[in-house]
Design a protein around this ligand. Structure first.
Ligand code: AMP
Length: 287
């Protein structure tokens, strides 16, 4: 079945209220569309965990900076509907911007501290925009479980913290990063890459792996590891490093030595396309 597209808050509430009244559980996958196999894996995880699956497709203007790619972000709703159908979604919520942000919209949600570094530092206001839209979507859909990708590790951590801090009645499930055969993490932005950029893009993940191997081999000095990581990334033709950091996996703060679960996180521009990826060291299951 091709899942119907619902565009108003009133309509999606009517749908999800009816599902809940029947005693069914709701799984939710928030996305910005341009869906790929990474999104499909989240939808399949939701399909397996819940009775009814809602996918939202909304390019959220308030999480983009003034010079970022909001206007040119890919919008492929027809193709997205098929990805949702194949992965087992029951309904798509694709509101217009005015539906989510009517005139006189003044509120926002911010998680302190976890956004101090990595993308939070490079993209001021980004996670405030993400938290605000995710909280709105949770309040509209009221899911039992919401599924997020580990590819956006800082985002997943911040959402988990928001839900915990604000006692929001939803469980956050974090699903593994889906990669191309050559290791490149799937991203809606990969379609911006020209053939030369696409050819070298897997080296981002190779750099992460090399550094992770050095940790496994016993290197724990973060300054040394970060400079080796930066050197690996700078050696990629056409690459400009936005950040290359190793932070603790729980609160995303800088480390001196790797003495607890950590995440190696990078953002790299290839031409004008900004790609992010990360690699976990140790088990952050203690969250
Ligand atoms: P986006 O549409 O890019 O905002 O992403 C929507 C959701 O899909 C987020 O939870 C992302 O972390 C997740 N996602 C994006 N790319 C991947 C991937 N390659 N593997 C797993 N999840 C992903």
């Amino acid at each position: 079945m091709v899942p119907p597209i619902v565009t108003t808050i009133q309509e999606i509430r009517a749908v999800t209220d009816a599902v809940r009244r029947q005693g069914q559980t709701i799984g939710f996958v928030p996305t910005m569309g341009a869906l790929h196999e990474g999104h499909a894996s989240l939808i399949r995880a939701a399909r397996a965990a819940s009775d009814y699956v809602v996918v939202s497709i909304f390019v959220n203007p308030i999480q983009f900076g003034p010079h970022e790619d909001y206007a040119k972000y890919p919008r492929t709703l027809d193709a997205d509907q098929w990805v949702c159908a194949e992965a087992g979604a029951d309904v798509i919520f694709a509101p217009r911007v005015e539906e989510m942000y009517p005139p006189h919209f003044y509120s926002s949600v911010e998680v302190a501290r976890l956004g101090d570094h990595l993308c939070g530092a490079s993209r001021p206001g980004h996670f405030r925009g993400v938290c605000t839209v995710v909280m709105k979507l949770f309040n509209i859909i009221r899911p039992d479980i919401a599924h997020f990708g580990a590819k956006d590790y800082q985002q997943a951590r911040i959402i988990t913290q928001m839900v915990r801090d604000l006692n929001m009645p939803v469980r956050i499930a974090i699903e593994p990063t889906v990669r191309e055969a050559d290791g490149l993490a799937l991203s809606s932005r990969n379609r911006y890459l020209n053939p030369a950029e696409r050819a070298v893009a897997p080296r981002i993940q190779q750099a992460l792996q090399k550094i992770a191997q050095r940790v496994v081999a016993g290197e724990v000095d973060v300054v040394r590891l970060e400079s080796a990581l930066e050197a690996e990334l700078k050696a990629i033709p056409g690459a400009r490093v936005d950040y290359a950091r190793i932070v603790d996996a729980e609160f995303l703060q800088p480390l001196v030595r790797i003495d607890r679960p950590a995440v190696i996180a990078v953002a790299v521009f290839l031409g004008t396309t900004r790609l992010i990826d990360n690699w976990l060291i140790g088990d952050p299951a203690s969250w």
